[in-house]
Design a protein around this ligand. Structure first.
Ligand code: ADP
Ligand code: MG
Length: 269
């Protein structure tokens, strides 16, 4: 088996006397595409924050791309990770292009004296076209819709040619066509860059791309199940994690979930 791109061992996170995560174990290898599923507040974004070298856990170890958090500078690690984070803290008037360029610098804002090479500028424009933002290339962050921001952040992640892609609810705010386009972009990436590993967070099974290979299900800050997607994304495990009877089906490579309706017994009507 290939070397792990990411390894979390017994990761715990406490804040204000509350245990937000406990005993999280996860190994992601090159070429694997993980889905992270779980109800709101389960701790998905917090787990992704460690994977993306945004924060340190309270205890346990996190190794990203062969480097241990706590022993290396977080900023340096971040340049090798494409993290699409809905809480991306842009405060200024960055344009779409500026946002994409910050994928190369590993920063939130474009450094004042930093200039792209002509090749980098051309690649940025290509990626902007790929995510369908060419007409909005010079739009600035405060005027962008949620969907446009999400797509800009995906182009930002891709320009760094990361070995690890982290996508935190990337389809939030997209209409159905834009969502499908985005899922296609993610599937294409699985083919064009087969060594890249990814983790996609969602609470909608319909948003899992066909390229999904593995799944991690968490609830209340702990792992419910982890492993090959077909063994984990099941009626039983999803119902347990979401504390609600849900029927999971898979058709043409895509999953869907439906709440189980209480059936009237035959003859009752
Ligand atoms: P999810 O992404 O699964 O919806 P989060 O990881 O965002 O869940 O949050 C899990 C829980 O941890 C939530 O109750 C959230 O309020 C809390 N939490 C996350 N980060 C912090 C923090 N830095 N300080 C305090 N509470 C936090
Ligand atoms: Mg979240």
């Amino acid at each position: 088996m290939s070397v792990p791109v990411l390894e979390l061992r017994d990761v715990t996170f406490r804040r204000d006397g509350r245990e937000i995560l406990r005993g999280i174990d996860l190994t992601v290898r090159a070429g694997e595409h993980w889905a992270m599923l779980g109800p709101n507040g389960a701790g998905k974004s917090t787990v992704l924050g460690f994977c993306g070298a945004l924060a340190h856990p309270t205890s346990g170890t996190v190794e990203v791309l062969g480097r241990r958090l706590g022993r290396v500078e977080l900023q340096a690690l971040r340049r090798d990770i494409g993290h699409v984070n809905p809480r991306h803290p842009i405060r200024g008037e960055e344009s779409v292009r500026d946002v994409v360029f910050t994928g190369l610098t590993g920063t939130i804002e474009r450094p004042i004296r930093w200039q792209p090479t002509p090749e980098q500028a051309a690649e940025a424009d290509e990626l902007i076209a790929e995510v369908g933002l060419t007409a909005r290339r010079d739009a600035v962050w405060p005027t962008m819709s949620q969907g446009e921001r999400g797509r800009a952040l995906i182009a930002r992640a891709l320009i760094a040619h990361p070995r690890l892609m982290l996508l935190d609810e990337p389809t939030t705010g997209l209409d159905v066509a834009a969502r499908e386009q985005l899922l296609e972009t993610i599937d294409d990436l699985a083919h064009s860059a087969p060594e890249v590993a990814s983790i996609l967070v969602t609470h909608h099974l319909e948003e899992l791309p066909e390229s999904t290979t593995h799944a991690l299900v968490i609830a209340h800050g702990a792992v419910v199940a982890a492993g090959p997607a077909d063994e984990v994304v099941t009626t039983e495990i999803i119902s347990h994690a979401f504390e609600h009877p849900i029927t999971v089906t898979k058709e043409d490579g895509r999953w869907s979930a439906r709440a189980v309706r209480e059936r009237r017994t035959a003859g009752a009507r």
